[in-house]
Structure formats: C-alpha cells, structure tokens
Design a protein around this ligand. Structure first.
Ligand code: GRF
Length: 234
C-alpha cells in the first residue's frame, strides 16, 4: 500500500519537483504518491507544477481568501495519510497537527534548533546565518508539532558557509542539498522506514539511505588533524 501524500508549499515548489522526480525514479519501490498539492497562495508556482502533472491542486482558505476550502477538508477529501511541508510559510493549525501526529514533516534550510522559529523563513534564515558568522549551516528534516521548527529531528546535513557568501549564494547551496535529502526523507516516512518513534530513539540512523558521510571513523583522526592544521595554518 503506497502512502497518499499531500505537499503543502507557498512558493516556487522546487522541493515539490525534487520529491516528484525522486518518487518517479524509485518506480514501484516508492513509498508513496503525491496525490494533492495545497498552497496558502493561489499564485504559488507549486500549484502550477502540480497542474502540469495532473496532480490535484488547490489553494486553501486563509483570512484573505475565505472562498477557498479549509485545509483539513482538502486533506480529508483526498484521504491523505502523509503531509509534507515544502517551503510552506504558515503554522499548520493545531487540530491538523494533532490528527497527523507522526505523519507530518517539514524541511528547514538551516541546522535546527539554530536559525529557526517565528520569522525565520526564506532569505531571512540565510541572512541570520551570515550575520552570526557561523561557518556551517545545513538542512534539517523534522516531524512537525504545533510550534514552528521544533518537532523531532529526522535528519540533518551540513553545508559550508564561505566568506564570500551572500544570502543568495548560500540559499542556493542549501537548496541543492534540500533537493537531495528531503525526497529521500519523504520516501522513508511514506514507506514507514522512518517513524516518529524511530526518530526519537535512533536519530540520524533512522534513515538508512541518507548516511552521514561527514562522520569520521576513529582511524580517520589523523586525516582530520591534517585538515584542521591546514585550515588553521599550523
Ligand atoms: C526552501 O529553502 C525551503 O526549505 C524553504 O523555502 C525554500 C523554497 O522552497 N522553507 P521551494 O523552492 O518552494 O521548494
């Protein structure tokens, strides 16, 4: 049984595109199908991408667009069992988070819990990263709870910050990694390989096909020392 996936997106939908292409590449091995794309903005590029692929798509009701159907209604109508936030800028209502506990996930373009929470979205995240002077940022995929960016982490992947970066160059480098990591997380959750319970106990190991290659084995310490000394000019 394949999971029925809804993708919620506010913007261009490049993550949606990466998810669709990954599931397509997996063919019969895929854990689910995107059956619905929903947006808080009627002009979201993500809705167009869905329409081009004949996937059901809709704007949902907001305070500015009361004519559209409520989000919960759309999810129920399409018997969705996994909700995937991909560049979705709103807080999902608590009743929906409760209903989909362990079956609702998000991607954030930084290493949570840093650079997350209210107001931390889009380019603001990357501006804040550069402003703070950190040298490593990254991608976080996590289960969603009723606060911004605080649910249980499924996996994280680091991305370097270069001295020459502005928010645009950094955003592009992070997004490239999002496109590689998030579709695999979506498939793992859709297939039931990763569950909230597994993420709580196993952390990074929860996803077997996203190996943290940056983890050094003990016998690689000498190589690490070499790299540290090179970087520090020792
Ligand atoms: C991505 O960085 C995502 O993490 C963020 O919005 C950005 C744009 O995503 N929350 P997309 O191109 O609309 O998928």
């Amino acid at each position: 049984m394949k999971s029925r996936i809804a993708v919620l997106a506010s913007g261009g939908g490049s993550n949606l595109q990466a998810i669709l292409e990954h599931l397509e590449r997996l063919g019969e091995r895929r854990g689910g199908d995107v059956v619905l794309v929903v947006s808080d903005r009627a002009d979201a590029g993500a809705l167009e991408r869905a329409a081009r692929r004949d996937i059901a798509q809709s704007a949902h009701a907001t305070s500015k667009n009361t004519a559209a159907p409520p989000l919960g209604e759309l999810l129920a109508e399409h018997t969705v069992d996994l909700v995937v936030l991909a560049g979705y800028m709103r807080l999902v209502p608590a009743d929906i988070v409760g209903l989909y506990a362990g079956r609702i996930i998000n991607v954030h373009p930084a290493l949570l819990p840093s650079f997350g929470g209210t107001g931390m979205y889009g380019q603001r995240v990357h501006h804040a990263v550069i402003e703070a002077g950190v040298r490593v940022t990254g991608v976080t995929a996590h289960f969603v709870d009723d606060s911004y960016d605080r649910g249980r982490i499924i996996t994280q992947w680091p991305v370097p910050v270069f001295a020459s970066d502005d928010a645009g160059t950094l955003a592009a480098r992070v997004l490239r990694v999002e496109h590689l990591v998030y579709p695999r997380v979506v498939d793992a959750v859709a297939a039931g390989r990763t569950t909230l319970e597994v993420a709580e106990t196993a952390g990074l190991d929860a996803i077997v096909d996203v190996r943290p290659s940056f983890t050094l084995l003990p016998h690689e310490d000498s190589r690490l020392v070499e790299n540290i000394e090179l970087a520090l000019g020792c």
